[in-house]
Design a protein around this ligand. Structure first.
Ligand code: PMV
Length: 331
């Protein structure tokens, strides 16, 4: 059977950085994100006896054996095991955002695959099971199953059955919340998040403090989101990002994702804030800087960011919907 789904990407306000179980993709800490409107993957999956191995075609090109393909095949093998089927799958996935724009396409792609792949294998999964399945491909994908503001609860069980996302507020709750995504480089990053976080857990002297301090950020973010308090959400997210960066920078060998353009954006955000504008920054495992603000200020902020030397592109996005089935198949 063949099935298709779409899922939006997401950006974390409280980051996931470090696993307690690499195979089951279980995190050391809970995380919170916003699902991004309009930045999505469209994925079609078919299991059939005619395929001799899994075939994955991303944005028109077949993925060679390697890390990116492995994220997909691990998830496909989990689906096969759950559905008790032997067939291999063909997966075709397209991203609406520019390929290599430096935005995590794994979150949207693997959330869309959880939906399309499970249906194609004859399974009917609820949102919790879908989030757990998406997690097996990429941790952050567990959050893209839901729309709006989402918490990935780390869970405590060793089988991972309690490590999944839940929705804090849907995409219509805080409609004027915005992220201004500043693309500071479209080059592929040298250190993938998977390898980087494992190295931070193993070598950063600050890793323990990171884990100890995340839970209070989770609490503050949940309260801030429900109160629609931009200052609380923005300042907590910014500080959380800087704490994650402290563990990255103090990793051996060091992980420094920022480039000069990222630094210029960060300084501009601080300057705008000194001048009374409510805006905050957050960054992930790459040089892109995301500016958190309200819709009324997003145009001015986006224009400011576009003028910064080295900023290649600026995308403004608000809270988006969760993953859903679509009728249109890609093959
Ligand atoms: O799920 P992954 O392997 O793409 O890791 C995501 C890591 C960060 O983007 C840095 C943080 C996060 O929670 O999204």
């Amino acid at each position: 059977m063949k099935a298709s789904a779409v899922a939006n990407s997401n950006i974390a306000l409280a980051k996931y950085w470090g696993k307690r179980d690499a195979k089951l993709m279980l995190p050391h800490n809970s995380s919170i994100s916003m699902t991004l409107d309009g930045l999505f993957s469209h994925t079609t999956c078919e299991f059939d006896g005619k395929y001799r191995s899994h075939i994955v075609i991303l944005d028109g090109a077949e993925l060679p054996e390697g890390d990116a393909k492995q994220e997909v095949t691990i998830q496909l093998d989990v689906i096969k095991e759950m559905a008790k089927i032997k067939e291999f799958a063909k997966v075709v996935s397209n991203n609406t955002f520019p390929t290599a724009a430096g935005l995590a396409s794994s979150a949207s792609g693997l959330a869309a695959l959880a939906l399309a792949g499970s249906k194609a294998a004859g399974l009917e999964l609820g949102k919790k099971e879908l989030s757990i399945l998406a997690r097996r491909g990429s941790g952050s994908a567990s959050r893209s199953v839901y729309g709006g503001f989402v918490e990935w609860q780390k869970g405590v069980k060793s089988d991972g059955s309690d490590s999944h996302a839940v929705q804090i507020a849907d995409e219509n709750y805080w409609k004027d919340f915005r992220m201004v995504v500043c693309i500071a480089s479209k080059k592929e990053k040298k250190i993938k998040s998977r390898a980087g976080m494992a190295q931070s857990v193993a070598t950063s002297p600050f890793y323990k403090s990171w884990i100890e301090s995340v839970e209070s950020d989770i609490d503050a973010l949940k309260k801030g989101i429900l109160k629609k308090d931009l200052e609380a959400v923005g300042s907590t997210a910014e500080h959380n990002c800087l704490k994650m960066y402290a563990t990255m920078i103090s990793t051996k060998p060091p992980i420094i994702y920022w480039n000069p353009a990222s630094m210029s954006v960060i300084h501009s955000v601080l300057e705008l804030r000194d001048n009374g504008m409510k805006c905050y920054f957050t960054c992930d495992a790459g040089p892109q800087v995301k500016i958190i603000c309200l819709e009324k200020d997003s145009k001015e902020i986006a224009e400011m960011a576009a003028r910064i030397e080295g900023v290649e592109d600026v995308i403004v996005s608000g809270p988006g919907r969760g993953a859903e089935f679509v009728k249109r198949d890609l093959f």
